[in-house]
Design a protein around this ligand. Structure first.
Ligand SMILES: [Fe+2]
Length: 298
């Protein structure tokens, strides 16, 4: 059985770059329409990531994967996940066709709803997909929504997004970088060692290895303004990863009103994705930058 194709609207500049944007409504997860192949794609991706992530992903993420039973076989039902999630942190998954316009996305987050694309990639797209599908959204993002501090951070981000949207496109760009370098590509320094918490990493086999083991990228201590003023890559693995000390640090750093920060950053030139600021950065690893392209930061 072929699954339906999601309904694409148009390309738009959004929180996650210049991307195709889909119909904005919330839909029912069409669980009975998933094909055997769809379920197999989930199982394959799940097994592959779970074999590699212990010792790489943070414990909070691994605990979430287990608690949701994401590996019970086949594509999980959002309704089952929502039962666990509602009790734990009051979040709820909503099924959507794909990437949403910024305002719609922020409104969901601000109300503790996490939009998840209901469709899954094709077998020939296991390693790379330019848009977030069900595996990225569900496996990558949802386990950490069980962590109360991270769950609050995500809601605060949504509220901040609505504010930034009202201020203007530059503010929105600053905020987008925060999402990119934390929610999507964040690392965390734990007692056991450096670990991954970013959804863009944990849902990618190649980047889960690269971000911790490769010599090329920088690994730099998280600093809010530094992150908000740093461009990023959408076409390759990241050139810099920012490392938080704890989810509490992340939440507290992002609690103040960003309006004065946006004003300051308007006067500054953004850093390139590969830059290391010799006198300001807390450097965990100074990347060799080997093989870096330098001309296409977003
Ligand atoms: Fe994502």
């Amino acid at each position: 059985m072929e699954t339906a194709t999601p309904r694409k609207v148009e390309h738009q500049q959004t929180d996650r770059g210049y991307v195709p944007v889909y119909a904005t409504g919330v839909v029912e997860q069409p669980w009975s329409s998933y094909s055997r192949t769809d379920h197999e794609v989930w199982d394959t991706l799940f097994a592959r990531q779970c074999e590699m992530l212990p010792g790489r992903a943070c414990q909070e993420f691994l605990d979430g994967v287990k608690k949701f039973g994401l590996g019970d076989g086949g594509i999980p039902k959002f309704a089952d996940i929502n039962q666990v999630l509602a009790k734990a942190t009051g979040w709820e998954l909503v099924a959507v066709e794909g990437l949403l316009p910024d305002e719609v996305f922020f409104d969901h987050l601000a109300n503790r709803r996490f939009p998840v694309s209901w469709w899954i990639r094709k077998p020939e797209q296991l390693d790379y997909l330019s848009e977030p599908d069900l595996f990225h959204d569900l496996f990558g993002h949802v386990p950490l929504l069980l962590n109360p501090v991270f769950a609050d951070y995500m809601q605060a981000y949504g509220r901040g997004g609505m504010k930034a949207h009202a201020i203007g496109p530059e503010a929105l760009m600053n905020l987008t970088r925060l999402y990119w370098y934390t929610v999507e590509f964040g690392l965390i320094d734990t007692r056991e060692g450096m670990r991954i918490y970013g959804a863009g990493i944990v849902s990618s086999k190649g980047e889960s290895i690269y971000c911790l083991d490769a010599d090329a990228p920088n690994r730099i201590g998280f600093d809010l303004e530094r992150v908000m003023n740093t461009r990023y890559r959408i076409d390759t693995y990241q050139q810099t990863y920012f490392v938080i000390d704890s989810f509490e640090q992340l939440f507290e750093a992002t609690t103040p009103d960003f309006t004065p920060i946006y004003a300051r950053l308007r006067e500054k030139t953004p850093h390139a994705a590969a830059d290391v600021l010799e006198d300001a950065d807390r450097v965990f690893h100074y990347g060799s930058h080997e093989g870096f392209a330098t001309n296409a930061d977003t």
